[in-house]
Every structure is written in C-alpha cells, then in structure tokens.
Design a protein around this ligand. Structure first.
Ligand SMILES: [Fe+2]
Ligand SMILES: [Fe+2]
Length: 159
C-alpha cells in the first residue's frame, strides 16, 4: 500500500504540474476530473496504511518534486505530449495494480477493494487521455518509464 500511496502522490504532482503549463483550457478541465479522483485514491491509500499500522514513504517529497517537474515539462512541450504522458503513466499504474492484486491475499478484502476501484479509475484516465488527443508514446520511452517505476517501487517498498 505504501508503493501505491507514493504512486498517488506522484499522480497529484503530475496533474498539478500539467495544469500549470497546459495550453488549452479544455485539456486543463479534462485533467481536473482525473486529478480529483487521484485525491480520493491518495486518501484511501493513506487511510489503509494507517489501518495496517504502517507508514508512508519518506521519499514522497522527492518523488513529488520529480513528478511535478516531469508534468510541467510535458505540458510545456505540448498538450498532446502531456496527455500521452498521462496515458502511458496510467497504463503502467494499471499493470502495477494487477501485480499487487495478485500478490495481496484474498482475505485482505479492504485493500483489494481499494486497488480494484483504483484500477478501474486509472484505466479510464488512460483511455480518456488518449481520446482527448494524447500522443501514443513509442516503445523505448515506455520502457524507460518502466525502469523508472521499478526504482520507485523497489525503494518505497523499504522506506
Ligand atoms: Fe490514482
Ligand atoms: Fe489516475
């Protein structure tokens, strides 16, 4: 859950960074709805971590900064790149959630319910971003993003 929480911290940062630099108001409002759902996700993860008597990652501020920068940069390049980045990121998140759902015991129904709802929302965020005109990222970029997300999940799993 700590990994998912950090992911949601990054989602906040990404959407906020993009909102700052998005050119078309329509894009901005399209992203706002997703951003609101991300706030729910963040709150669910945080509450579940507390229920499990664990703690959120100490690395969150660093990942927030990094994601905010990437989001703002993507928005500066173009709205299509920015939306494409959302789509590619959310696809990664869906993959992670699938992995986590297969790792979490069937008895932990509370965690599963959260992750299942998140998976549904993230998949919708990805397809909405593509429908709004998001650029489909080439494979090498997606591969780079996978590596980056591995670093994130490996570190936040521990601290
Ligand atoms: Fe989310
Ligand atoms: Fe999302």
């Amino acid at each position: 859950m700590r990994i998912n929480h950090t992911g949601e911290v990054c989602a906040q940062a990404l959407y906020q960074g993009q909102a700052l630099t998005a050119k078309l108001p329509a894009i901005r409002s399209a992203m706002e709805e997703a951003a609101e759902e991300e706030i729910d996700h963040l709150a669910w993860c945080e509450q579940r971590i507390r229920e499990l008597s664990s703690h959120t990652s100490v690395l969150n501020p660093a990942f927030y900064g990094l994601s905010f920068g990437i989001g703002a940069l993507a928005g500066l390049v173009s709205d299509r790149v920015s939306l494409g980045f959302v789509a590619a990121t959310e696809e990664q998140v869906v993959k992670h959630l699938d992995e986590h759902l297969s790792d979490i015991p069937a008895t932990d129904r509370k965690s599963r319910a959260i992750l299942e709802q998140m998976r549904k929302d993230e998949a919708a965020h990805a397809s909405n971003a593509l429908h709004a005109g998001g650029h489909v990222f080439p494979r090498p970029i997606k591969f780079g993003m996978t590596l980056l997300s591995k670093v994130m999940t490996k570190t936040t799993y521990r601290i």
